[in-house]
Write a protein that binds this ligand. Structure first.
Ligand code: ADP
Ligand code: MG
Length: 269
């Protein structure tokens, strides 16, 4: 039995990258499950109208189910919309339904539009060790809400040629949020995803990312692994679908590293 240290304060991580298909949702789901299976209390907030994190955790999110939209727009407490994830003790999910698709526009005219999620989380009576916010592939008001609510940003980077190019815009937005709305926000963690060992390109991209982001980059790298992509269609994370797969063991290593860092640094600066 491996012990996964619990943080001494709740850690709220925004999983962001405005590029689609880089592994945000897969990372959110698998890190959340890995940490929960090892005794951490974990909440996943699905902030993507596509609801992929809700699907991946097998949490009902059809039209009419209370969801994160109700929290953001109608001030419904998180406790009323969070659902326990079946089969994984200590894991909860605030789902996203199709309603969330309208939120990006509706938020524009709402009071304190950038800090709706922060307020909803702050008002939540129960404490979690980790909150993961799965962002949509855009830099609109939903992602801004996630950046304002979080202390840490976790950026998954797919090991492909243009990996670093799109990140400038995200980093600019993070800097703006830091200046105006959330001074303590820290890009604490970079995770390399969908790494293909057979290509020289993946190796070159890894070196680039490590040179650029230094110690923020987790040592653990997530390989491209078919078991990872199969798991969601069974309503499972790869951690439970195929615990022995390289996808699962890599996500476990990444979760452990994330947890160890939280303890060693006493949080983030
Ligand atoms: P995002 O949330 O950034 O849009 P996803 O997490 O949904 O990205 O991943 C995009 C696609 O790639 C999904 O179909 C997912 O199953 C697949 N995928 C993600 N990570 C891996 C991996 N390590 N190996 C194989 N397929 C993966
Ligand atoms: Mg996604």
């Amino acid at each position: 039995e491996i012990t996964m240290p619990r943080p001494d304060h709740p850690r709220i991580l925004c999983v962001a990258n405005q590029k689609g298909g880089v592994g945000k949702t897969t990372t959110t789901v698998n890190l959340a499950v890995a940490l929960a299976l090892h005794g951490n209390r974990v909440l996943v907030v699905d902030l993507d109208p596509q609801g992929n994190a809700s699907t991946g955790l097998n949490v009902p999110h059809h039209a009419g189910v209370p969801d994160v939209y109700d929290c953001l727009i109608d001030n419904i407490p998180l406790a009323e919309v969070a659902q326990a994830v079946e089969g994984i003790p200590n894991l909860w999910c605030v789902p996203a339904t199709i309603d969330l698709a309208g939120a990006e526009i509706e938020l524009v005219s709402v009071v304190a539009r950038e800090s709706r999620l922060a307020r909803a989380l702050a008002a939540h009576p129960e404490t979690f060790d980790y909150v993961f916010i799965d962002c949509p592939p855009s830099l609109g008001l939903l992602t801004v809400n996630a950046l304002v609510a979080a202390q840490e940003v976790l950026i998954p980077i797919q090991c492909e040629y243009y990996a670093l190019e799109g990140l400038n815009q995200l980093i600019n937005n993070i800097n703006l949020v830091r200046q105006h709305l959330n001074p303590a926000l820290d890009v604490s963690t970079i995770l390399l995803t969908m790494y293909d060992r057979r290509t020289r390109l993946a190796d070159a991209v890894e070196q680039d990312v490590r040179n650029h982001f230094g110690a923020k980059v987790l040592e653990a790298v997530i390989p491209r692994n078919v078991r990872v992509s199969e798991a969601p269609s069974y309503g499972q994370s790869v951690m439970t679908y195929d615990p022995g797969s390289r996808g699962a063991t890599s996500y476990f290593e990444a979760a452990l590293e994330l947890a160890m860092r939280g303890v060693n640094t006493g949080g983030t600066a």
